[in-house]
Design a protein around this ligand. Structure first.
Ligand SMILES: [Zn+2]
Length: 183
């Protein structure tokens, strides 16, 4: 099974993917305000309607699965009363990790649009050809780099501020290998 190619244009009502990504960026900023790694996601249905939004909240929710993508999928499934979300498109500020990749396959999303690559934990382009793994029974298209600099900049600013705060409080910075993954 070959991965479908991304569509030429976003669904009706959206002039460009960047306009959808701006909504995901708003979500990411909400995460940063709550001191969570700034990652945001929105989910559109097949007709371009906004189904759900989500932002990273593993600390607040004491839940390792509370990534932006998972929370958006959960909210959409609850809203539609269906754990399958065929035809939907997830738009996320950061390349999804391996956990979110699994959830996206289970939800049967049609496509994933992301902003920044995640060289440490990304599972659809950076470290795994996630949408094309041979044992998956579902494929989705991917489109990366939409407002990528802005999405990535939000994350690097957040982690830089956190490192500086730690230094100001006299703690030594963590060794590079132990820096938290972006999500
Ligand atoms: Zn994830």
């Amino acid at each position: 099974m070959i991965c479908p190619a991304p569509p030429q244009r976003p669904p009706a009502g959206w002039p460009e993917w960047e306009s959808v990504m701006r909504l995901a960026l708003e979500q990411a900023r909400l995460a940063a305000q709550a001191d969570e790694a700034p990652v945001g996601a929105v989910l559109l249905d097949a007709d371009g309607r906004l189904l759900a939004t989500g932002h990273n909240a593993p600390i607040a929710m004491a839940d390792p699965t509370a990534h932006a993508e998972i929370l958006a999928l959960r909210a959409a499934a609850r809203a539609t009363g269906n754990y399958r979300l065929p035809g939907s498109v997830l738009v996320c500020t950061l390349e999804p990790c391996v956990m979110c990749l699994g959830a996206l396959v289970h939800a049967r999303v049609a496509g994933v649009v992301f902003g920044a690559l995640d060289p440490k934990a990304g599972a659809v382009a950076s470290n795994l050809p996630g949408a094309a793994l041979p044992f998956f029974n579902h494929r989705f298209w991917t489109l990366g780099g939409v407002l990528g600099d802005e999405c990535g900049g939000l994350l690097s600013d957040f982690f830089r501020a956190r490192r500086n705060a730690r230094l100001r409080h006299g703690a030594s910075p963590p060794p590079l290998a132990n820096t938290p993954a972006m999500e």
